[in-house]
Design a protein. Structure first.
Length: 319
Protein backbone atom coordinates (compact mmCIF):
# COMPACT_ATOMS: atom_id res chain seq x y z
CA UNK A 1 0.00 0.00 0.00
CA UNK A 2 2.83 2.39 0.90
CA UNK A 3 4.55 1.68 -2.43
CA UNK A 4 1.32 2.40 -4.31
CA UNK A 5 0.96 5.77 -2.51
CA UNK A 6 4.57 6.70 -3.24
CA UNK A 7 4.13 5.70 -6.87
CA UNK A 8 0.97 7.81 -7.17
CA UNK A 9 2.78 10.87 -5.79
CA UNK A 10 5.60 10.32 -8.27
CA UNK A 11 3.17 10.12 -11.19
CA UNK A 12 1.34 13.25 -10.00
CA UNK A 13 4.63 15.12 -9.63
CA UNK A 14 5.75 14.11 -13.14
CA UNK A 15 2.39 15.18 -14.59
CA UNK A 16 2.56 18.58 -12.92
CA UNK A 17 6.14 19.08 -14.13
CA UNK A 18 5.13 18.15 -17.68
CA UNK A 19 2.17 20.55 -17.63
CA UNK A 20 4.38 23.35 -16.33
CA UNK A 21 6.95 22.69 -19.02
CA UNK A 22 4.24 22.78 -21.69
CA UNK A 23 2.73 25.98 -20.28
CA UNK A 24 -0.67 24.49 -19.38
CA UNK A 25 -0.74 25.54 -15.72
CA UNK A 26 -1.12 29.11 -14.42
CA UNK A 27 1.63 31.02 -12.68
CA UNK A 28 0.09 30.16 -9.31
CA UNK A 29 1.86 26.82 -9.75
CA UNK A 30 5.20 28.62 -10.12
CA UNK A 31 5.69 29.60 -13.76
CA UNK A 32 4.75 32.35 -16.21
CA UNK A 33 4.85 31.48 -19.89
CA UNK A 34 6.86 34.32 -21.44
CA UNK A 35 5.37 33.83 -24.91
CA UNK A 36 7.42 30.67 -25.32
CA UNK A 37 10.70 32.59 -25.38
CA UNK A 38 13.99 31.09 -24.26
CA UNK A 39 14.89 32.75 -20.94
CA UNK A 40 17.82 35.19 -21.10
CA UNK A 41 20.95 34.92 -18.98
CA UNK A 42 23.28 37.76 -18.01
CA UNK A 43 23.19 39.69 -21.28
CA UNK A 44 20.17 41.53 -22.64
CA UNK A 45 18.48 39.97 -25.70
CA UNK A 46 15.53 40.92 -27.91
CA UNK A 47 12.15 39.81 -26.53
CA UNK A 48 9.47 38.12 -28.66
CA UNK A 49 10.52 39.36 -32.10
CA UNK A 50 7.54 39.77 -34.40
CA UNK A 51 5.03 39.61 -31.52
CA UNK A 52 6.03 42.25 -28.96
CA UNK A 53 9.17 43.64 -30.60
CA UNK A 54 7.92 44.62 -34.05
CA UNK A 55 8.30 47.34 -36.67
CA UNK A 56 6.08 49.52 -34.46
CA UNK A 57 7.44 51.78 -31.71
CA UNK A 58 7.03 49.87 -28.42
CA UNK A 59 6.56 52.60 -25.82
CA UNK A 60 6.52 50.56 -22.62
CA UNK A 61 7.87 47.30 -21.25
CA UNK A 62 5.36 44.43 -21.20
CA UNK A 63 3.28 44.18 -18.02
CA UNK A 64 2.57 40.52 -17.22
CA UNK A 65 -0.15 39.78 -14.68
CA UNK A 66 1.13 37.89 -11.60
CA UNK A 67 -0.91 34.82 -12.54
CA UNK A 68 0.51 34.83 -16.08
CA UNK A 69 -2.91 35.00 -17.73
CA UNK A 70 -2.37 38.24 -19.64
CA UNK A 71 0.19 40.78 -20.76
CA UNK A 72 -0.22 44.38 -21.93
CA UNK A 73 2.14 46.96 -23.41
CA UNK A 74 2.08 50.29 -25.28
CA UNK A 75 2.59 50.94 -28.97
CA UNK A 76 3.13 54.47 -30.25
CA UNK A 77 1.80 54.97 -33.75
CA UNK A 78 3.20 57.17 -36.52
CA UNK A 79 0.95 60.06 -35.41
CA UNK A 80 2.59 59.85 -31.95
CA UNK A 81 -0.54 58.57 -30.22
CA UNK A 82 -0.18 55.81 -27.63
CA UNK A 83 -2.31 52.65 -27.69
CA UNK A 84 -2.45 49.62 -25.39
CA UNK A 85 -2.18 46.07 -26.71
CA UNK A 86 -3.22 42.94 -24.78
CA UNK A 87 -2.65 39.19 -25.09
CA UNK A 88 -4.34 36.54 -22.94
CA UNK A 89 -3.13 33.04 -22.06
CA UNK A 90 -5.61 30.15 -21.96
CA UNK A 91 -5.44 26.40 -22.63
CA UNK A 92 -1.70 26.58 -23.12
CA UNK A 93 -1.79 29.25 -25.84
CA UNK A 94 -1.42 33.01 -26.12
CA UNK A 95 -4.00 34.97 -28.07
CA UNK A 96 -3.03 37.38 -30.81
CA UNK A 97 -2.26 40.99 -29.75
CA UNK A 98 -5.41 43.15 -29.68
CA UNK A 99 -6.65 46.32 -27.96
CA UNK A 100 -8.06 45.62 -24.46
CA UNK A 101 -11.80 46.09 -23.95
CA UNK A 102 -11.30 49.43 -22.17
CA UNK A 103 -9.04 50.92 -24.87
CA UNK A 104 -9.87 54.47 -25.90
CA UNK A 105 -10.61 55.21 -29.56
CA UNK A 106 -9.96 58.94 -29.33
CA UNK A 107 -7.31 59.45 -26.62
CA UNK A 108 -3.81 58.22 -25.78
CA UNK A 109 -3.33 55.27 -23.41
CA UNK A 110 0.12 54.45 -22.02
CA UNK A 111 2.22 52.53 -19.46
CA UNK A 112 0.19 49.55 -18.17
CA UNK A 113 1.14 48.37 -14.67
CA UNK A 114 -0.47 45.68 -12.48
CA UNK A 115 -1.17 45.93 -8.77
CA UNK A 116 0.50 43.25 -6.64
CA UNK A 117 -2.68 41.13 -6.53
CA UNK A 118 -3.06 41.26 -10.31
CA UNK A 119 -6.69 42.38 -10.09
CA UNK A 120 -6.13 46.08 -10.79
CA UNK A 121 -4.36 47.54 -13.81
CA UNK A 122 -3.07 51.10 -13.73
CA UNK A 123 -2.32 53.08 -16.87
CA UNK A 124 -1.81 56.63 -18.10
CA UNK A 125 -4.39 58.20 -20.39
CA UNK A 126 -5.33 61.50 -21.98
CA UNK A 127 -9.03 60.64 -22.05
CA UNK A 128 -11.09 63.57 -20.82
CA UNK A 129 -12.63 63.84 -17.37
CA UNK A 130 -16.32 64.81 -17.14
CA UNK A 131 -15.54 68.45 -16.33
CA UNK A 132 -12.48 68.79 -18.54
CA UNK A 133 -12.56 71.15 -21.51
CA UNK A 134 -8.93 70.83 -22.65
CA UNK A 135 -9.03 69.49 -26.22
CA UNK A 136 -5.76 67.62 -25.65
CA UNK A 137 -6.52 66.08 -22.25
CA UNK A 138 -3.73 65.90 -19.70
CA UNK A 139 -1.96 62.58 -19.13
CA UNK A 140 -3.40 61.25 -15.84
CA UNK A 141 -3.39 57.92 -14.01
CA UNK A 142 -6.44 55.70 -14.49
CA UNK A 143 -7.31 52.17 -13.38
CA UNK A 144 -9.46 49.20 -14.36
CA UNK A 145 -10.31 46.02 -12.46
CA UNK A 146 -10.50 42.49 -13.82
CA UNK A 147 -14.07 41.33 -14.31
CA UNK A 148 -14.55 37.79 -15.56
CA UNK A 149 -12.44 37.48 -18.68
CA UNK A 150 -12.47 41.25 -19.26
CA UNK A 151 -12.22 44.58 -17.47
CA UNK A 152 -14.43 47.13 -15.74
CA UNK A 153 -14.84 50.62 -17.16
CA UNK A 154 -11.82 52.89 -16.52
CA UNK A 155 -11.94 55.33 -13.62
CA UNK A 156 -9.44 58.11 -12.82
CA UNK A 157 -7.24 57.66 -9.77
CA UNK A 158 -7.17 59.87 -6.68
CA UNK A 159 -7.13 63.56 -7.66
CA UNK A 160 -4.43 64.12 -5.01
CA UNK A 161 -2.00 62.71 -7.59
CA UNK A 162 -2.82 65.68 -9.84
CA UNK A 163 -0.78 68.05 -7.67
CA UNK A 164 1.71 68.03 -10.53
CA UNK A 165 0.79 69.05 -14.06
CA UNK A 166 0.65 65.51 -15.49
CA UNK A 167 1.44 61.89 -14.54
CA UNK A 168 3.73 59.99 -16.89
CA UNK A 169 5.52 56.63 -16.40
CA UNK A 170 4.57 55.02 -13.08
CA UNK A 171 5.01 51.99 -10.83
CA UNK A 172 3.03 50.75 -7.82
CA UNK A 173 4.61 48.99 -4.84
CA UNK A 174 3.01 46.12 -2.92
CA UNK A 175 2.08 48.65 -0.21
CA UNK A 176 0.10 50.65 -2.74
CA UNK A 177 2.60 53.51 -2.72
CA UNK A 178 3.00 54.93 -6.21
CA UNK A 179 6.01 56.39 -8.02
CA UNK A 180 5.58 58.40 -11.22
CA UNK A 181 7.30 60.92 -13.44
CA UNK A 182 5.96 64.42 -14.07
CA UNK A 183 6.97 67.41 -16.21
CA UNK A 184 8.71 70.31 -14.54
CA UNK A 185 7.33 73.81 -15.05
CA UNK A 186 7.74 74.63 -18.72
CA UNK A 187 7.42 70.95 -19.63
CA UNK A 188 11.00 70.51 -20.84
CA UNK A 189 12.25 68.01 -18.25
CA UNK A 190 10.73 65.17 -16.25
CA UNK A 191 11.33 64.34 -12.60
CA UNK A 192 10.13 61.52 -10.35
CA UNK A 193 7.63 61.82 -7.50
CA UNK A 194 6.33 59.49 -4.80
CA UNK A 195 2.88 59.36 -3.17
CA UNK A 196 2.16 57.28 -0.07
CA UNK A 197 -1.01 55.18 0.04
CA UNK A 198 -3.37 56.13 2.85
CA UNK A 199 -6.77 54.91 4.08
CA UNK A 200 -8.39 57.85 2.30
CA UNK A 201 -6.43 57.52 -0.94
CA UNK A 202 -2.97 59.06 -1.31
CA UNK A 203 -0.92 61.61 0.55
CA UNK A 204 0.19 64.60 -1.57
CA UNK A 205 3.01 63.47 -3.88
CA UNK A 206 6.55 64.59 -3.18
CA UNK A 207 9.43 65.04 -5.58
CA UNK A 208 12.14 62.42 -4.90
CA UNK A 209 15.49 63.85 -3.90
CA UNK A 210 18.78 62.14 -3.03
CA UNK A 211 20.20 62.48 -6.51
CA UNK A 212 17.16 60.95 -8.23
CA UNK A 213 15.29 64.03 -9.45
CA UNK A 214 17.81 66.54 -10.79
CA UNK A 215 17.92 69.38 -13.28
CA UNK A 216 18.21 66.76 -16.02
CA UNK A 217 15.72 64.27 -17.48
CA UNK A 218 14.41 61.45 -15.22
CA UNK A 219 11.50 59.26 -16.28
CA UNK A 220 10.00 55.75 -16.24
CA UNK A 221 10.39 54.69 -12.59
CA UNK A 222 10.06 51.04 -11.59
CA UNK A 223 9.78 50.42 -7.85
CA UNK A 224 10.55 47.00 -6.36
CA UNK A 225 7.46 45.42 -4.74
CA UNK A 226 9.07 45.84 -1.28
CA UNK A 227 10.46 49.30 -2.23
CA UNK A 228 14.04 48.10 -1.70
CA UNK A 229 15.23 49.49 -5.04
CA UNK A 230 14.17 51.95 -7.73
CA UNK A 231 15.10 51.85 -11.42
CA UNK A 232 14.64 54.84 -13.72
CA UNK A 233 15.96 56.33 -16.96
CA UNK A 234 18.04 59.50 -17.24
CA UNK A 235 20.25 61.46 -19.61
CA UNK A 236 22.77 62.39 -16.89
CA UNK A 237 26.44 62.78 -17.94
CA UNK A 238 27.56 59.33 -16.73
CA UNK A 239 25.43 57.65 -19.42
CA UNK A 240 27.26 55.45 -21.90
CA UNK A 241 28.57 57.82 -24.59
CA UNK A 242 26.14 60.45 -23.31
CA UNK A 243 23.00 58.38 -23.98
CA UNK A 244 19.81 57.90 -21.97
CA UNK A 245 20.54 54.94 -19.68
CA UNK A 246 18.86 52.97 -16.91
CA UNK A 247 19.96 53.69 -13.32
CA UNK A 248 19.26 51.93 -10.04
CA UNK A 249 19.34 53.10 -6.43
CA UNK A 250 18.83 51.10 -3.25
CA UNK A 251 16.94 51.93 -0.05
CA UNK A 252 19.39 52.51 2.80
CA UNK A 253 18.80 51.63 6.47
CA UNK A 254 18.11 55.30 7.10
CA UNK A 255 15.22 55.18 4.67
CA UNK A 256 17.05 57.41 2.21
CA UNK A 257 17.91 56.37 -1.33
CA UNK A 258 21.48 55.56 -2.31
CA UNK A 259 23.26 57.46 -5.05
CA UNK A 260 21.93 56.19 -8.43
CA UNK A 261 24.21 53.69 -10.21
CA UNK A 262 24.41 53.23 -13.98
CA UNK A 263 23.21 49.65 -14.63
CA UNK A 264 26.25 48.96 -16.79
CA UNK A 265 26.92 47.43 -20.24
CA UNK A 266 24.92 44.27 -19.51
CA UNK A 267 21.82 46.49 -19.70
CA UNK A 268 22.81 49.85 -21.21
CA UNK A 269 24.40 50.76 -24.53
CA UNK A 270 25.42 53.86 -26.47
CA UNK A 271 21.79 53.99 -27.61
CA UNK A 272 18.69 54.83 -25.55
CA UNK A 273 17.37 52.54 -22.79
CA UNK A 274 13.96 53.24 -21.23
CA UNK A 275 10.81 51.77 -19.66
CA UNK A 276 12.30 49.38 -17.06
CA UNK A 277 10.00 46.77 -15.52
CA UNK A 278 10.81 43.61 -13.54
CA UNK A 279 8.58 40.60 -14.15
CA UNK A 280 6.11 39.74 -11.34
CA UNK A 281 8.06 36.59 -10.45
CA UNK A 282 11.21 38.70 -10.03
CA UNK A 283 13.16 36.69 -12.60
CA UNK A 284 13.62 39.13 -15.49
CA UNK A 285 14.20 42.79 -16.22
CA UNK A 286 12.41 44.12 -19.30
CA UNK A 287 13.23 47.45 -20.95
CA UNK A 288 13.02 49.31 -24.26
CA UNK A 289 16.05 50.16 -26.41
CA UNK A 290 16.65 51.44 -29.93
CA UNK A 291 20.00 49.62 -30.21
CA UNK A 292 18.54 47.52 -33.01
CA UNK A 293 17.32 50.42 -35.17
CA UNK A 294 15.58 53.79 -35.20
CA UNK A 295 12.54 52.64 -33.19
CA UNK A 296 12.56 51.07 -29.74
CA UNK A 297 12.16 47.32 -29.27
CA UNK A 298 11.81 45.35 -26.03
CA UNK A 299 14.79 43.55 -24.48
CA UNK A 300 15.05 41.34 -21.40
CA UNK A 301 17.79 40.04 -19.14
CA UNK A 302 18.04 37.91 -16.00
CA UNK A 303 17.21 39.95 -12.89
CA UNK A 304 20.46 38.61 -11.44
CA UNK A 305 21.93 41.83 -12.79
CA UNK A 306 20.09 43.66 -10.00
CA UNK A 307 21.54 41.34 -7.35
CA UNK A 308 25.04 41.92 -8.71
CA UNK A 309 24.61 45.68 -8.66
CA UNK A 310 23.37 45.50 -5.08
CA UNK A 311 26.44 43.48 -4.07
CA UNK A 312 28.67 46.13 -5.67
CA UNK A 313 26.79 48.87 -3.85
CA UNK A 314 27.00 47.06 -0.49
CA UNK A 315 30.78 46.79 -0.89
CA UNK A 316 31.01 50.57 -1.06
CA UNK A 317 29.06 50.83 2.20
CA UNK A 318 31.64 48.74 4.08
CA UNK A 319 34.64 50.93 3.20
Amino acid sequence: MKNMFTSSKTVLYLCVMWLLAMGHLPAAFGQINYLGQEPPQNQAVLFAKGVVSTDAYEHSAPAFSPDGSRVLWTIMRSDYTGHLVEMTFAKGQWSKPAPPSFASTDADDYYPSFAADGQTLYFGSRRKLPNETDKNGKLRLWKVTRQGTGWTAPVPMDTTLWLFKENFGHSVAQSGNIYFSFPEEGGKMLDIAYAQKTKEGFAPPQRLSGGISTERYEDGPFIAPDESYLIFESDRPEGMEGSIDLYICFKQKSGEWSKPLNMGPEVNSKFTERFAKVSPDGKYLFFGSNRGGALADIYWISANVIDQLKKEWLKTQKR
